[in-house]
Design a binder for this molecule. Structure first.
Ligand code: ANZ
Length: 820
């Protein structure tokens, strides 16, 4: 018999599969489609363990689906725009395009070596003109429908990357998610997409099966708050001027003892009196240098300055001092807050710091009045309204609605819903991205590039200057153009789009990747979308997964797609850690490259090992010594199948042993089918190992030549095929099959045969184990009772006590309850 030689058989089968186009998902197939998607890689140059984990497991799932009879589409592509290529260009003088395409070439090779069922005919590369042409086209559709707009506004600015960032790209500690620099705020002209228009719909997750934690993260990010807008007012030059606030607690309106504006609020300028001007200006300047996140932090010591101005509370007519403080954000609500220190912790801290009065207006049911000066913290819970004029005594479950009704009746405020979600800032002052297809004409203003002039080509060669502006601004050939309206000289927008736009729609292009007339044909989209199963990292919970949902809803409303959610089922894999249990990183020196293991053991072993590392959603540590375990398992299967097939005739008669094997086969099918369907790859493999061991044990027994034994071996190969596609293909052919194992049908099982024929019944008397014996698997409760009470040993423990009842736990245990 031959030795298992993965190197030889893996490349052989990879070539044959590709020649036969085994994994191409044809359009218009009579089979039911199944769109199995993994998140496309960024072409950094090499596939790492994380890619293997995600892709090999996703592939095993898709392969099972194919064997189950679906027309599975499992595409792959490259998210090829972005900073690393640009940085390589700046640092090493290579062209970003050349760098990217070389990396892609290498990663294609590595992706092939994985032996996954990629449908290569559908590959997309986001930095290719035939892709970004449609990215630009999509931008124009958003623009035409008022969902893309340009404005001068405060943006997150990363001084490290020299570019603006979307809110989603700023980490919780106020630093850039890419380079770690502290993100500051800067006012510049920029393009935004109106994701806020979909805030309410994005909170709904109907008809999709997503991890609860991801749904929660998106909900929190969108941050819906119900409350009221209430307009405070002041008189300037004997004119009534109104300044609205947003509050979730209108019931606390009588407790307002001060008023706070965000430092950037337009009213700061008007309300500040001359004697406070200097202090206010200095504070505004200082706040500008801080990130929003830093400003929001509850741990941060409160700061602020008095403006010298006052506003009037429209409900009780009281004058309250106006302060500015950085804990109030311009971008949220109305950019102004009514300060209620007794019932809001931030206001409480602020009042304590600056000696402002604290007035109790909400009291928990049944509590006595107390002096707020003695409180350790604000009392934030709802309660009965006190010190609130005619509202006194209003209970907590009515108070908010009552005050809202009141302010609406008086015309001084209204019910309002506010979202934390901001519009998506997509302008990047960088080179390596899709140019924004807009032209600025001195005469006609802002003009979209006509669709038939797309793509706006991205030059392959540019000069890099660290001006904080897009390098395209300094490329006259790119920048200077003619106005599509008047034909006069005009300039192009020099900023490029956030690369998250590219990845917001790539899964649509896979359905129709070579269409040069349209981004996709409606028929093909109809056939393939939405994605049935999406697998990728939880780090994309907010950005990519939220943006994609927004894209689909917006495109639906424009009439370009006819569904509302892009990804029906979502699964997040865990993380592959180093052998020390820490995240793999160069600085820790615990990074394992797959190539070394690929060379030594082949792809099937790595695939199997990845699936065995731990539960798919949890991940686990990569332990080099354990790879050997999977390698030995595959070798055992190899030998077993080789040996079993060479000898003698097959016996077809049924024996007790052959029946037991048939049960094992059915049980294994059931376990592996269920485990793979639920992404429990590790337990699926464990079931296969158990089955293999059982077969090995009987290898030299007569039963090894039974039809049942052989059938079990074949089944085992099929069940293993999604996990280890090469070795199973080789063995399948060795055992006389002429068609690919991957075209064979997934084995089915008979439920009755998945149960053991008998089991060991544990018998207790008053909870103490006294006896055990074998009984039939389908024994009835009455029979159990009879057997137990007539068993001599059990009888001796019962003695002359009275049997009260027999509690039977089917399949396991009978407890005889007796009383003396
Ligand atoms: C008065 C009040 C009294 C408030 C009270 C709370 C408790 P969420 O739930 O996050 O929506 N707020 C409003 N606009 C703000 C801004 N631009 N920057 C910082 N804080 C702002 O929070 C809404 C509450 O946050 C609002 O309700 C307001 O404080 C504050 F006992 O108004 B509240």
């Amino acid at each position: 018999r031959t030795k298992y030689n993965p190197k030889e058989i893996e490349s052989k089968w990879q070539t044959q599969w590709e020649t036969a186009q085994l994994y191409h998902a044809p359009d218009n197939s009579p089979k039911t489609k199944f769109y199995n998607l993994v998140m496309l890689p960024y072409p950094s140059g090499d596939l790492h363990m994380g890619h293997w984990f995600n892709y090999a497991c996703g592939d095993a799932y898709g392969r099972m689906k194919r064997m189950q009879g679906y027309n599975v589409m499992q595409p792959i592509g490259f998210d090829a725009f972005g900073l690393p290529a640009e940085n390589a260009a700046i640092k090493h003088g290579v062209q970003a395009y050349t760098w990217t395409m070389a990396n892609i070439a290498n990663m294609r090779k590595q992706l092939r070596q994985m032996g996954a069922q990629w449908d290569w005919q559908r590959e997309v590369v986001s930095c290719q003109p035939d892709y970004y042409k449609w990215t630009q086209w999509l931008f124009l559709q958003f623009y035409k429908h008022g969902l893309a707009y340009r404005t001068k506004a405060l943006a997150n600015w990363c001084p490290g990357c020299n570019t603006t960032l979307a809110n989603e790209q700023v980490l919780a500690d106020g630093t850039c998610e890419r380079c770690g620099s502290v993100v500051i705020r800067k006012e510049i002209d920029q393009w935004l997409l109106k994701i806020s228009a979909y805030a309410e719909e994005l909170l709904q997750f109907e008809g999709i099966e997503w991890p609860e934690k991801t749904v929660t993260m998106q909900r929190n990010w969108i941050g819906r708050s119900e409350g009221a807008e209430i307009r405070f007012f002041t008189e300037i030059e004997s004119q009534r001027q109104e300044i609205p606030v947003f509050t979730t607690r209108p019931d606390t309106i009588y407790g307002v003892t001060f008023f706070v504006l965000a430092p950037e609020h337009p009213w700061v300028e008007r309300i500040t009196t001359p004697e406070y001007r200097e202090a206010v200006d200095a504070y505004v300047e200082q706040a500008r240098r801080m990130s929003e996140i830093e400003r929001m932090s509850t741990e941060k010591e409160k700061t602020g300055v008095f403006t010298g101005g006052y506003v009037t509370n429209p409900v009780n007519g009281e004058q309250v001092p106006v302060w500015i403080s950085d804990y109030v954000l311009m971008s949220y609500g109305a950019g102004a807050v009514m300060g209620v220190p007794a019932h809001d912790q931030r206001d409480f801290a602020f009042a304590r710091k600056f000696g402002l009065p604290i007035r109790e207006v909400i009291r928990p049911e049944g509590e006595e009045a107390s002096d707020p000066a003695t409180w350790p913290a604000a009392k934030e819970a709802l309660g009965v309204m006190v010190n609130s004029g005619s509202f006194d005594g209003t209970p907590g479950d009515e108070s908010i609605a009552r005050v809202i009704r009141y302010v609406e009746d008086k015309g001084i405020g209204k019910f309002m819903i506010t979202y934390r979600l901001r519009d998506w800032l997509i302008s990047r002052q960088r080179y390596w991205g899709a140019p924004i297809p807009i032209i600025y004409c001195p005469k006609d203003g802002m003009v979209p590039v006509p669709e038939d002039q797309l793509p706006v080509w991205l030059p392959e060669n540019v000069q890099f200057k660290s001006t904080g502006e897009s390098p395209l601004r300094y490329e006259p050939e790119f920048l200077n153009t003619t106005c599509p309206v008047c034909g006069g000289p005009a300039t192009r927008e020099a900023d490029t789009m956030d690369t998250f736009i590219d990845s917001s729609w790539y899964y649509l292009r896979y359905a129709d990747p070579h269409n040069s007339e349209q981004a996709w044909s409606p028929e093909k989209l109809q056939e393939w979308l939405p994605v049935d199963q999406y697998i990728g990292g939880v780090e994309h919970a907010i950005m990519h997964l939220l943006y994609s949902r927004f894209f689909i809803k917006a495109l639906r409303d424009m009439g370009h797609v006819n569904f509302s959610e892009p990804f029906l089922r979502l699964f997040h894999q865990g993380m592959v850690l180093g052998s020390d249990g820490q995240k793999m990183s160069k600085s820790r020196g615990n990074v394992e490259a797959p190539d070394k293991y690929l060379e030594k053991y082949g792809a099937d072993t790595i695939r199997g090992y990845m699936m065995f590392i731990g539960p798919f959603e949890a991940g686990g540590s990569f332990k080099a010594e354990n790879v050997e375990g999977i390698w030995r398992f595959l070798n055992r299967i190899w030998s077993l199948v080789n040996d079993a097939w060479v000898e003698g005739n097959v016996r077809t008669e049924e024996t007790a042993e052959s029946k037991a094997i048939e049960r094992l086969r059915n049980k294994t099918i059931k376990r592996v089918s269920e485990d793979l369907s639920n992404f429990h790859f590790n337990t699926a493999l464990a079931a296969l190992m158990e089955c293999n061991n059982a077969l090995i044990k009987q290898q030299n027994q007569p039963v090894a030549r039974s039809a049942a034994y052989r059938r079990t071996l074949e089944t085992m190969m099929q069940l293993l095929a999604p996990i280890a596609p090469h070795i199973t293909e080789e063995l399948w052919h060795l055992t006389g099959h002429s068609e690919s194992i991957h075209l064979s049908s997934w084995p089915e099982y008979d439920e009755a045969l998945t149960k053991d024929e008998s089991f060991t019944l544990v018998v207790q008397v008053n909870g103490k184990v006294r006896e055990r014996f074998e009984v039939d698997a389908d024994i009835s409760e009455a029979e159990v009772r009879k057997l137990v009470l007539n068993n001599p040993k059990v009888m001796s423990f019962i003695g002359d006590a009275t049997v009260q009842k027999v509690i039977y736990i089917p399949g396991r245990l009978a407890n005889v309850v007796v009383r003396k």
